[in-house]
Design a protein around this ligand. Structure first.
Ligand code: VGL
Ligand code: ZN
Length: 198
């Protein structure tokens, strides 16, 4: 069994001081770096939105951050502008060991569709290509860490389990946003999907 560590969205905008800061988001960087040596592959994901992305509240006149809007693919939380391509906020946390990464998977580039999951955009149909990358490398087991536990880690873990990977989420190396009970929903949803929470 070949195992990969998937490090989700360890970017400045999700850390304290960032545009969509997750409490304690930067506390997990050293632990994630230390964990990299235990895996034969390390993949980093990077939220990477064009300016004016449709998931930004600023793109919807009258909307506030954290409002929910109806997109053609279903309900979508509107976020503060974050992880804009090329911005300082989109860069990885300065202490993250990016040298160890085999691959960096960017997501959220489609102006019309958000992408929480590292596998599929929020229409749950458009693939990012990560599944093909992992499969062709013979990787069958995934450990997920990073930000945010109740959004991108959660959606990635559930998609990975559905795709047939053995999936573990290390909650000590992850932190959540917890918008409107999203943390409890994410934890029970991951368990129901067969994800092992550690
Ligand atoms: C994320 C909200 C919007 C995440 C990304 O990385 O969890 N959350 N974009
Ligand atoms: Zn985003």
């Amino acid at each position: 069994m070949t195992a990969a560590l998937i490090v989700i969205d360890m970017q400045n905008d999700f850390c304290p001081g960032g545009a969509l800061a997750v409490a304690g988001g930067d506390d997990i960087v050293d632990g994630i770096n230390a964990r990299m040596a235990d895996f034969s592959a390390v993949i980093l994901t990077q939220d990477w939105h064009p300016a004016g992305h449709s998931s930004f509240a600023s793109s919807h006149p009258g909307a506030q951050a954290m409002d929910v809007t109806d997109m053609p693919y279903g309900p979508q939380i509107l976020w503060p502008d974050h992880c804009v391509q090329g911005s300082a906020g989109a860069r990885f946390h300065a202490s993250l060991n990016t040298d160890r990464a085999d691959a960096v998977l960017r997501k959220g580039m489609n102006p019309q569709i958000d992408s929480y999951s590292a596998f599929f955009e929020n229409d749950q149909q458009t693939p990012t290509g990560l599944d093909g990358y992992l499969r062709t490398r013979g990787i069958t087991a995934l450990t997920l860490v990073g930000l945010a536990l109740d959004f991108c880690v959660n959606f990635s873990a559930i998609d990975a389990a559905r795709l047939g990977y053995a999936v573990r989420v290390e909650t000590a190396l992850s932190r959540g946003i917890d918008a409107g009970g999203s943390m409890d929903a994410a934890l029970s949803g991951m368990r129901a999907a067969g994800v092992t929470l550690i």
